[in-house]
Design a binder for this molecule. Structure first.
Ligand code: TPP
Length: 280
């Protein structure tokens, strides 16, 4: 990837953050913190890595993506719209009654491979997709984005054991390690500790990266594509609320929309960041 490509992806991630804030403010509900932390990962996956066809969302050979931390739907929908799965205008209906863009993703949305929201379940279904890929002799990869708070769920570890047992080297889990969950710091609520070592002990091939560096996200995923009999995990160190100063490193904006004054400040900060990237 050259500098210009990286810059373009950073600008897209900035746009995802801006759209997420707009959607959540417009709906006066949603999850800004975990949407902002995941923006760079989602953009790199959809605009640089994944083999998908927005004109044919059900293409059998496509790569799959599961947003296991389904509450980060704002960022996910924004990426899908930007990628061309449905009109950008649809984003205005986020979380409205009868809209297809509900608070948590469902398979009724073009591009969404799995309905999620109940933490832990998305990850285990991604394992099923990877296993199906093996059984069907398909080449696709399955990517799944899991929250660190989500890893409190026992089903995650059950699936982690199973993925190794079934040699699912087509499964790439990305952990959004932002250190916060719904009501506090992950280490205070239920210490996850050294998640990389835990996964390694289970038999996963693990990489740790800066989850806001497009380059590191890209390289770690490319390296994880090797078919060597091991499922892959990328532990991405991120900042909850990344890009909006008062939302960063706190659980306060886990599931709370900004008020008018906060909204204006968020948009101003994201606009400044955009100008900074453009002037580089
Ligand atoms: C089974 C289940 N229990 C509880 C919840 C409520 N809930 C939604 S998000 C969340 C915290 C998730 O934390 P994390 O995975 O770290 O998300 P992030 O910080 O990346 O937004 C909780 C407890 C849920 N969605 N599903």
């Amino acid at each position: 990837m050259n500098i210009e490509e990286i810059k373009e992806l950073r600008l897209r991630a900035n746009e995802i953050r801006r759209l997420s804030i707009d959607m959540i403010y417009g709906a006066q509900s949603g999850h800004p913190g975990g949407s902002l932390s995941a923006a760079d990962i989602l953009i790199t996956l959809y605009f640089k890595i994944m083999k998908v066809d927005p004109a044919n969302p059900q293409w059998p050979d496509r790569d799959r993506f599961v947003l296991s931390k389904g509450h980060a739907s704002a960022a996910y929908y924004a990426v899908l719209a930007l990628k061309g799965y449905f009109p950008m205008d649809e984003l205005k209906n986020f979380r409205k009654i009868n809209s297809m863009l509900q608070g948590h993703p469902t398979i009724h949305v073009p591009g969404v491979d799995m309905t999620t929201g109940s933490l832990g379940q998305g990850f285990s279904t991604s394992l099923g997709m990877a296993l199906a890929g093996k059984i069907d002799g398909k080449d696709y990869h399955v990517y799944t984005l899991v929250g660190d708070g989500e890893m409190d769920e026992g089903i995650v570890w059950e699936a982690a054991i199973n993925a190794v047992h079934n040699k699912l080297d087509n499964l790439i889990m990305i952990v959004d390690r932002n250190m916060y969950q719904l009501d506090g710091n992950t280490e205070k609520i239920l210490s996850l500790g050294e998640v990389s070592k835990k996964l390694e002990a289970f038999g996963w091939e693990v990489r740790e990266i800066d989850g806001h560096s497009i380059t590191e996200i890209y390289i770690s995923i490319m390296e994880s594509m090797q078919r060597n009999g091991k499922p892959k995990a990328i532990v991405a160190r991120t900042v909850k609320g990344k890009g909006v100063s008062y939302m960063q490193n706190t659980h306060e904006f886990h599931g709370k929309p900004p008020n008018k004054e906060q909204y204006e400040k968020a948009i101003k900060e994201l606009e400044e960041e955009k100008n900074r990237i453009m002037s580089e």
